[in-house]
Design a protein around this ligand. Structure first.
Ligand code: SF4
Length: 461
């Protein structure tokens, strides 16, 4: 099933209420660390501007830079392949696997592989793909989707992970972080040693040198990419940098904004395969060149996938990732999904925003996400059917009427208060109210559903 179909047809499940609380608290804490990291840099605004300018140059010269990158990689003995869409990327990976009689794959974390639904394709062809990033490993065991682009298991507590390891792996229960990590490490170590192929993403490709860079904290990327005799690296075509001298800026920004670290534990720079091994780089378009042609959304291709706009988004913090319906959540997900999958399949996403602008304020690549979301709203309304527009007109006219007087307003509030009590009992609740409710639980309706009621009660005390 392709990502686009997934968006339309699948139920993503609902978070446990405490899972959303963990997600909200953790992302807020990480956001705070990220902000302190920014404030500690005197030249932070210059860093942001430089990152923005380098990415602007990159996107404006993408065809030349990609050609240069591919030529330099090939000179180093890397096989470079081009994929126009998800289906072609999957087909290329399968061909490499077939050629090398691959039965087992170890995977380093890659959002692009999630985007193209690679695990699904591999398993359909009898190939076992094991996620080796700790968060992804947990999510794979739990048969869930990542909750964050950097911290995939953000919504799970240690005790829940301990229970998962007991249920799925037969390990004695523990909620100790260190012990949980050791269980995963012991399990994964032998998989690295026996896997036929390793698959990774690419954080940055350098056109000038034909090198590519991956950063991590756990060591699993190092093992996935160097132990199996075949390494396949998937790269979204926008992940290129023109020169090696640009890399240090991004190596300083990404860990600070992604995980709140000055540097990750490991920085790998690949310069071709070692003796006796094969290395492939698959350059994946999957809708990106279409975005270049859209001046209103082109800057989205400057995204570093740091996840900072998620951590700072009040909507993401309340609904989590699954509610966004595809692999990319939060403000960056709203813009990427609408452009890559098509706004007609994601028309509710631009409205899942408070338009507070925190994402635009914080983005290290200076991507103005908030204004892009407003433009998407306009496009979504233009695309709506006449019937949907009439319904909107009816709702907003009614709202405008109610807001014109105190009595009318009270009447509307009372009507809504009574109406809301029946919502949980509706036969089609919660999955058939449209796409937006599939992955979102309705919050409990409070007894005092208006500020006015609450205030009156408070006055009486
Ligand atoms: S849009 Fe900006 S803040 Fe959000 S993930 Fe991309 S680079 Fe990070």
């Amino acid at each position: 099933m392709s990502g686009a179909e997934f968006l339309v047809n699948e139920t993503h499940g609902l978070y446990e209420p405490h899972g959303l609380k963990v997600l909200s608290d953790t992302s807020e804490r990480v956001a705070q660390t990220n902000l302190e990291m920014c404030w500690a840099i005197d030249d932070w605004s210059k860093w942001r501007q430089a990152a923005h300018d380098i990415k602007a140059y990159t996107v404006a010269h993408l065809d030349q830079l990609l050609d240069q990158f591919a030529r330099n990689l090939e000179q180093k003995g890397v096989t470079v392949l081009w994929a126009e869409d998800a289906a072609e990327a999957n087909r290329l990976v399968l061909e490499i696997a077939k050629k090398n009689q691959v039965k087992t794959v170890v995977k380093a974390k890659s959002m692009l592989s999630e985007e193209i639904e690679l695990n699904h394709t591999l398993s359909e062809h009898g190939i076992t793909a094991l996620e080796t990033d700790l968060g992804e490993y947990i999510i794979q065991l739990a048969h869930q989707r990542p909750t964050h682009i950097v911290m995939p298991a953000l919504h799970l507590k240690a005790a829940e992970i301990g229970q998962l390891f007991t249920d799925k792996l037969g390990e004695p229960f523990t909620a100790e972080h260190r012990e949980l990590t050791m269980i995963a490490r012991k399990r994964l170590r032998k998989e690295f040693l026996t896997a036929d192929m390793g698959i990774s993403g690419i954080n940055f490709g350098v056109a000038e040198t034909g090198s590519f860079c991956l950063i991590e904290n756990e060591g699993n990327i190092g093992l996935s990419t160097t132990v199996p005799k075949v390494h396949v690296a998937l790269m979204g075509i926008e992940k290129i940098l023109p020169k090696l001298e640009h890399l240090p800026l991004f190596l300083n920004i990404l860990p600070r904004m992604g995980t709140g670290q000055k540097l990750t534990s490991y920085t790998h720079v690949f310069n071709g395969p070692t003796q006796g091994r094969e290395m492939y780089v698959i350059l994946v378009d999957n809708g990106r060149t279409r975005m270049i042609e859209e001046p209103e959304f082109r800057t989205m291709l400057y995204c570093l996938r740091c996840g900072l706009c998620l951590n700072n988004c009040p909507v993401y913090r309340h609904v989590g990732a699954w509610a966004y319906g595809w692999v990319y959540p939060g403000p960056m997900g709203t813009v990427l999904t609408s452009n890559l999958v098509g706004l007609e399949k994601a028309s509710s996403l631009p409205f899942a925003s408070s338009l507070c602008g925190a994402c635009s304020e914080i983005c290290p690549a200076k991507i103005d996400l908030a204004h892009m979301i407003i433009r998407l709203r306009r496009k979504a309304i233009e695309q709506k059917t006449k019937a949907r527009n009439l319904l909107d007109v009816f709702i907003w006219k009614g709202y405008a009427w109610a807001m014109r007087g105190k009595f009318r307003y009270k009447l509307l509030m009372t009507g809504m208060k009574i109406g809301m009590r029946f919502v949980p009992f509706l036969p089609w609740h919660p999955n058939k109210l449209g796409q937006w409710t599939r992955g979102r639980a309705l919050p409990e309706i409070p007894k005092e559903s208006s500020f006015r009621d609450w205030w009156k009660k408070r006055e009486k005390k």
